[in-house]
Design a protein around this ligand. Structure first.
Ligand code: ZN
Length: 138
């Protein structure tokens, strides 16, 4: 498969994704507040199924809208690890044109720059962006 010149998913991604080295990873919440990502092309959603039961169910019930894994960038100059995520369908449609190469890595390993938080963030760590956090039920 390849995408046509006027494909609706195009938004100038070649500026930052041409020639990228990608790896297939389980999507993981970057922090308690940043728990999803979108495909850089089609806006398909990536959810961390270990973040919350709601997230797990969303992937299970609507795999057409949500995925638990996708292709993401390996760290490189001007291209931080885990910054962009690409769904399987868009990967197939754009891989040849964008000249992506795929590097095999541990799909469960921390996909981002920097040290892996331990434990990894989940919904239990979430605090609202404004105001003090409410006491959590025991
Ligand atoms: Zn996509």
């Amino acid at each position: 498969m390849s995408a046509s010149k006027d494909d609706w998913r195009r938004r100038g991604q070649e500026r930052y994704l041409r020639g990228a080295r990608l790896t297939l990873k389980r999507y993981q919440a970057l922090s308690a507040q940043w728990e999803h990502e979108h495909c850089a092309f089609c806006w398909h959603k990536f959810l961390d199924t270990q973040y919350s039961e709601t997230h797990r169910q969303a992937v299970e019930e609507r795999p057409d809208l949500n995925s638990a894994e996708g292709y993401t960038t390996l760290g490189a100059q001007d291209r931080p690890a885990g910054k962009w995520w690409i769904c399987r369908r868009c990967f197939e449609d754009f891989a040849a044109e964008f000249e992506w190469s795929v590097v095999k890595t541990d799909p469960g390993a921390w996909p981002y720059e920097g040290l892996e938080p331990n434990p990894r963030p989940t919904a239990a760590d979430y605090t609202p962006p404004d105001g003090p956090s409410l006491p959590r039920p025991e």
